[in-house]
Design a protein around this ligand. Structure first.
Ligand SMILES: Cc1cc2nc3c(=O)[nH]c(=O)nc-3n(C[C@H](O)[C@H](O)[C@H](O)COP(=O)(O)OP(=O)(O)OC[C@H]3O[C@@H](n4cnc5c(N)ncnc54)[C@H](O)[C@@H]3O)c2cc1C
Length: 460
């Protein structure tokens, strides 16, 4: 088969570069694919899948390379790397865009769509690839209003486990589309193109940003948590604990909200509840003004620098401010490095999700990112993230695949019913288990009910 020549096999010159050069996390796991195929076209993907089947190799996939846990690296598999396939199209009559999975949602798709006066619910960080992002759900700009980014995937082109290229949408191969909206790295096919619903570019994107001392955590969280149900879904409130604005001092709390509005008057209206902040007199600073997705992306890229080592974990929770605050105070006061940060992202009120694999969310999303440079710190920082998130997960409902590493805690990420349906579809679509699927700790139960430990909130 001709594609064989384009595969860098283990032991070949260039193997190590092909294995890890496109991974965002500089902490590279010791997992070694049998070979890496850098696909230039759909035909290469088809040939790669068929070759893997012939040689009894499993298949793993890489799009943007941003998975924190480096899910694309699987021992002995044929890794199909989609990094060389990058086209995007836009149809002004339908508002539908298409993009290859390795296209970066913020750095590439956003400016492309902007030239057409459109936006997509792309990731907060500009470098994230659409492939992993969309398959696992996709928490992007304006998600409280327009939903998970995968809800705006109207079709996919997929190379199936049989090595056939098919289109999946609501009217054909609908089971594949259902699975592709939430299965994440457990998807059983190679998506070669996404078809995406886009939205008009908002005329007035506005941010409202307060900075507080860590001492104000309880009052701040109590206030914003209570406000959530009445905040317009256009408003996206995040409290971030970070050292970046003041590297030498203790961490600060940024309450950063964005609203993508049609006019300044609308922005004033939906952001008005934030003006009534009960601890306004204690704020270190407060700013409100125009912003753009590009500016917000830039700020995210500064917080998540390239070439660093990352340890990341998360939980969804319905727990209220009073229960969470002591745990968050312990966590947030210990941010270990200048770039490390942790967020509470207000997600409520719940809205009914469409019928798709993605099915676990909660009132708030808590995610923590330890970011460092020295390999000698790997274990210490990684343990710090996992230990603190485990305490929060005791009050949790499950995890979001995007900030998860199942080799540590394979908590629930799909409802039991949807997990069952996903496995049923896998059984039909990939009966021989050609695709690697989820990477979990040996012997661990996948999609397990979050561990109910006694609340550690009272330990302080
Ligand atoms: C700096 C940074 C910021 C982030 N910010 C956000 C954010 O704002 N919102 C959010 O939701 N997530 C965010 N994430 C998480 C990110 O979305 C996930 O890690 C996602 O998996 C990255 O997608 P990727 O294609 O770049 O990664 P990859 O590592 O290439 O892909 C991850 C896995 O997804 C599967 N996959 C990818 N593409 C395909 C395909 N075409 N066909 C079949 N399977 C495929 C494969 O199993 C692959 O190993 C962030 C990550 C980083 C590093």
């Amino acid at each position: 088969m001709s594609v064989d020549a384009d595969i860098v096999w283990r032991g070949d010159a260039g193997y190590e570069e092909a294995r890890v050069a496109r991974l965002f996390n500089a902490r590279r796991p010791d997992r070694f694919p049998g070979g890496v195929l850098v696909a230039q076209s759909e035909n290469d993907v088809i040939a790669g899948v068929r070759l893997a089947r012939e040689r009894r190799l499993k298949v793993s996939v890489r799009a943007g390379g941003h998975s924190w846990a480096a899910w694309s690296l699987r021992d002995d598999a044929l890794l199909i790397d989609l990094g060389a396939m990058r086209e995007m199209t836009f149809d002004p009559d339908t508002g539908i865009a298409t993009a290859r999975p390795a296209v970066k949602g913020g750095a590439e798709l956003a400016p492309f769509l902007s030239r057409h006066g459109r936006v997509f619910t792309g990731g907060h960080c500009p470098g994230v690839g659409l492939g992993g992002f969309l398959l696992q759900g996709g928490q992007g700009w304006n998600s409280r209003r327009h939903g998970w980014a995968c809800e705006n995937v109207v079709g996919i082109d997929v190379v199936t486990a049989d090595g056939e290229l098919v289109r999946a949408n609501e009217s054909q191969n609908a089971d594949l589309l259902w699975a592709a909206r939430g299965a994440g790295p457990g998807f059983f096919g190679v998506v070669t193109r996404f078809h995406l619903r886009t939205f008009p570019r908002p005329a007035a994107m506005t941010h409202d940003t307060w900075m507080f001392e860590l001492d104000d955590l309880e009052a701040l969280l109590e206030w914003i948590d209570g406000l959530l149900p009445e905040l317009d879904r256009m408003v996206e409130p995040v409290i971030a604990a970070t050292r970046l604005p003041r590297p030498e001092g203790p961490p600060v709390l940024l309450l950063h909200t964005t609203a993508m509005c049609e006019s300044e008057a609308e922005a004033d209206h939906v952001l008005a509840p934030l003006a009534a902040c009960p601890i306004a007199d204690r704020a270190i600073s407060h700013e409100r003004g125009p912003t753009t997705i590009e500016q917000e992306n830039e700020a995210q890229a500064l917080q998540n620098p390239e070439g660093h080592r990352y340890g990341v974990d998360c939980t969804w929770t319905d727990a209220r401010a009073r229960e969470l605050a002591p745990l968050l105070r312990d966590l947030w006061s210990e941010l270990p490095t200048e770039h490390s940060f942790s967020i509470w992202y207000g997600w409520a009120p719940a809205r009914p999700l469409p019928d798709m694999a993605f099915s676990v969310e909660g009132r708030a999303y808590i995610a923590t990112y330890a970011i460092w440079s020295d390999p000698a710190d790997d274990e210490r920082h990684r343990d710090w993230v996992v230990r603190h998130t485990e305490r929060l997960a005791a009050l949790g409902k499950g995890v979001y695949l995007g900030d998860t590493d199942f080799t540590h805690r394979p908590d629930r990420f799909l409802s039991e019913a949807n997990f069952g349906r996903l496995e049923e579809i896998r059984g039909r679509r990939d009966p021989d288990r050609l695709f690697c699927s989820y990477l979990i700790r040996e012997g661990a139960e996948l999609n397990a009910e979050p561990m109910r430990r006694p609340s550690t909130a009272s330990r302080r």
